[in-house]
Ligand binder design. Sequence first.
Ligand SMILES: Cc1cc2nc3c(=O)[nH]c(=O)nc-3n(C[C@H](O)[C@H](O)[C@H](O)COP(=O)(O)OP(=O)(O)OC[C@H]3O[C@@H](n4cnc5c(N)ncnc54)[C@H](O)[C@@H]3O)c2cc1C
Length: 202
Amino acid sequence: MFDVLIIGGGVSGMSSALMLGSARTQEYAKDKKIGILLHQRSSSLQNAIFNNVLGLKPNTTGASILKNGKKHLKEAYPHVSQIDFEKVLKIEKKLDYIIVYSNKNIYYAKNIIIAVGPKNFNIKGLEKYEELHAHIPPEKNRTQLKNNNYLVENGVYVTGVIAGLRSQFAIALGSGTQVATDIMSLWNNGKPVKVHDSTILR
Ligand SMILES: Cc1cc2nc3c(=O)[nH]c(=O)nc-3n(C[C@H](O)[C@H](O)[C@H](O)COP(=O)(O)OP(=O)(O)OC[C@H]3O[C@@H](n4cnc5c(N)ncnc54)[C@H](O)[C@@H]3O)c2cc1C
């Protein structure tokens, strides 16, 4: 049983994974089992080049971010399980947990973060939350999932463009971090948390 299973290994999903991974030294996150289904083939990053994102060198390719993001996560937070090359087909919500069906396996999780992007969205079990995306031209017929501050329903979170956000790297990145810290705050009995590393010795 995962405490959090992230579905989608693009900008917002990887950002959630890094944030959750970074909490490993905090008491509230001790022993939490975190995983990410890292299907990357349909990521918007595949063909992108970035010149307008703070912290990224001009001409950084999305393909390099996909590759280096996995390495970063593995080296910095190896306790986060990376599950490659699996596509989620269906989710089933139970009272206290969620069953996630991929094309290869079945997983159980207390919380899931849906970070799959809005293109050709096709995960069964979420039909009642689907609506036309508010920030993509309607003729493109893209989906967003209804949510309240990224919460779709108890234990089910959405992040990135599929949450109804504009498609910009920094927006997707920030939303993934927001959702991760929301979950971490719940683990901390509702007390808001953050994880800051510093050059100043404490
Ligand atoms: C060509 C191009 C150029 C761009 N240039 C810029 C730019 O210059 N500046 C800027 O700020 N933004 C740019 N963007 C936008 C930016 O890349 C996106 O806003 C960002 O990638 C969105 O992040 P996301 O997490 O919502 O989705 P994505 O990064 O697309 O990630 C979604 C992930 O979910 C996975 N997935 C999909 N379906 C499933 C499934 N069923 N099961 C499991 N996994 C699944 C995908 O493979 C992918 O890994 C560009 C986008 C494109 C396409």
